[in-house]
Ligand binder design. Structure first.
Ligand code: ATP
Length: 492
């Protein structure tokens, strides 16, 4: 049953004009952490007009295959602002994650995960002064979920990184640094290996950095970043990174400051911003009044800052910091005498108006980059045809495959230049010891670019297809003098 209220329910009519938001309580522990969070926002003086909407388990059970009903989509599109509890993903039924659906549907391209040492929360890193933000690209990369079984034994996942996606996320990181008075932004990539995809993120970061001379911009390889985050976490301020790297790094960093109970997040797009705790619905503890509501409360504080209600944000943050400093905590935090969710929330409520020894950061409104697709597109000056990669499934020995394909190529304008297996050249023989699987990239090059035509490619594919199963083709070009394809390991 949908609980959408079409007429907004005014929580508190403070000085600011009310921020109209959609509240999705969510599954599992969602409702029991959402209720006190909303009450505390009100107590802190936030001015909110709430539309309640549903998503997740109840919606899946009602037959909504995406887990996000039409009414909820309409509400989010209308308000552009969401405070969301965790939504469970159905296991085994093939149902998609409603969390991901919401993020993708509204193109929330940047995932912001602040990581700050909290007083009274014992961790091996306590006292180090960790205070950083991970900005994770949120809609592209391997998580676009474009996968194919290339052969029965070889799977492929496409890693798509766009110039638009890269520009938006790196500029969001710089703008966030400015809004929070931070001075250092690091881009974490694996550009040394993936020069085109991860390299694009690095190049767009370096280009954008020129517009932010007040901020120190640096590149760090993501594996080294993980290492440095464990050794010197206090040396980082803002880290911007691609979707998968960000997924891993941000879980690592939340572990540094006390775990899932203390990990808030925002998903920012140009039209919609969704605020939520990083943790899931925790069905194992749902309904027992023992969940830690801190991460959702911190997400609510981020939401208040996002809509410019800085006073109530700081009031709630200070009350939360006082509560934790006083040693009040739920059972997920190591220490004596844990309290229930409701007792923790009551303790925060009692401290509204008090100031903790830990200061809140000064915040300015964040200015999100408004970059549209045509802005990001670069029309190349030249494209020179170089050939075609044809991916072939075979269990033939590579010498036999090479000889056969060379023969096939003689009736086309193409010449077989190399064959690689999982990225390593195996023909012509290099003396390597590659154990070939049944998936070969066969590179055909052309000496006279004018003979590279759609028809000549079809002819080549037809001739190959008569002898082998091919499943994937890539055109090879030089764009503005730079090869738009990678060389294989060992390719000359
Ligand atoms: P989902 O399927 O929705 O992702 P999950 O249980 O697989 O749920 P999480 O909810 O992220 O994944 O929880 C992982 C573990 O952390 C669980 O054992 C849960 O009890 C604990 N946990 C998560 N969030 C909290 C919280 N806010 N307070 C206390 N414990 C939590």
């Amino acid at each position: 049953m949908l609980m959408l209220m079409t007429s907004p329910h005014i929580l508190n009519d403070g000085n600011a004009s009310p921020a109209v938001l959609t509240v999705i309580a969510g599954d599992g522990i969602g409702p029991e952490i959402m209720k006190p969070t909303l009450e505390l926002m009100q107590a802190a003086g936030a001015s909110l007009a709430i539309e309640y909407a549903e998503a997740g388990t109840a919606s899946f059970e009602a037959g909504v295959t995406s887990g996000v009903p039409e009414e909820t989509i309409e509400s989010v599109a209308r308000t552009g602002l969401v405070l969301k509890g965790p939504l469970m993903t159905p296991i085994g039924s093939g149902g998609k994650s409603a969390n991901v659906t919401l993020r993708k549907l509204f193109e929330t391209f940047a995932n912001i995960r602040p990581v700050r040492e909290m007083p009274g929360v014992p961790t091996p890193f306590a006292g180090r002064g960790i205070d950083l933000v991970i900005v994770r690209e949120n809609v592209e990369d391997l998580y676009a979920g474009i996968e194919h079984m290339q052969t029965p034994d070889v799977a492929q996942c496409l890693k798509l990184i766009s110039r638009l996606g890269s520009q938006r996320v790196v500029r969001t990181a710089f703008e966030l640094a400015r809004a929070e008075g931070r001075k250092d932004v690091a881009v974490a990539t694996k550009a040394n290996i993936m020069k085109m995809t991860e390299g694009m993120l690095q190049r767009e970061f370096e280009a954008a950095a020129k517009d932010y001379p007040d901020i120190n911009a640096r590149h760090v390889l993501v594996d080294n970043c993980a290492h440095l985050l464990v050794r010197y976490p206090e040396s980082f301020d803002v880290i911007v990174t691609s979707n998968m790297n960000g997924d891993i790094l941000s879980d690592l960093t939340s572990g540094l400051v006390g775990g899932l109970g203390f990990a808030p997040s925002a998903n920012l797009g140009n039209r919609v911003a969704i605020f939520e705790a990083v943790h899931g619905s925790a069905p194992d503890i749902a309904g027992r009044d023992i969940a830690n509501p801190t991460a959702l409360m911190m997400s609510a504080i981020m939401l208040l800052r996002h809509v410019g209600q800085f006073g109530s944000a700081e009031t709630l943050e200070q009350a939360l910091l006082c509560t934790l400093s006083d040693g009040v905590h739920t059972g997920d935090v190591p220490g004596e005498s844990p309290v229930s969710t409701s007792a923790f929330a009551a303790a925060v409520g009692d401290r509204i108006g008090r100031r903790s020894a830990v200061a809140s950061r000064e915040h300015q409104p964040i200015v999100l980059p408004q970059i549209s697709r045509p802005d990001a597109r670069r029309e190349p000056g030249s494209r020179v045809k170089k050939g075609v990669d044809v991916f072939v499934e075979t269990t033939q020995e590579v010498d036999q495959l090479g000889a056969g394909l060379e023969q096939i190529a003689t009736v086309t304008p193409y010449r077989l230049s190399m064959i690689s297996n999982r990225g390593t050249v195996v023909w012509p023989n290099t003396g390597g010891m590659t154990e070939c699987v049944d998936h070969f990239r066969c590179r055909f090059v052309i000496d006279d670019a004018s003979t590279w035509t759609e028809e000549s490619i079809y002819g080549l594919l037809k001739a190959i297809g008569a002898q082998h199963r091919w499943m994937h083709v890539e055109k090879l070009e030089e764009v503005d003098g730079v090869a738009s394809y990678s060389r294989a390991q060992g390719e000359r």
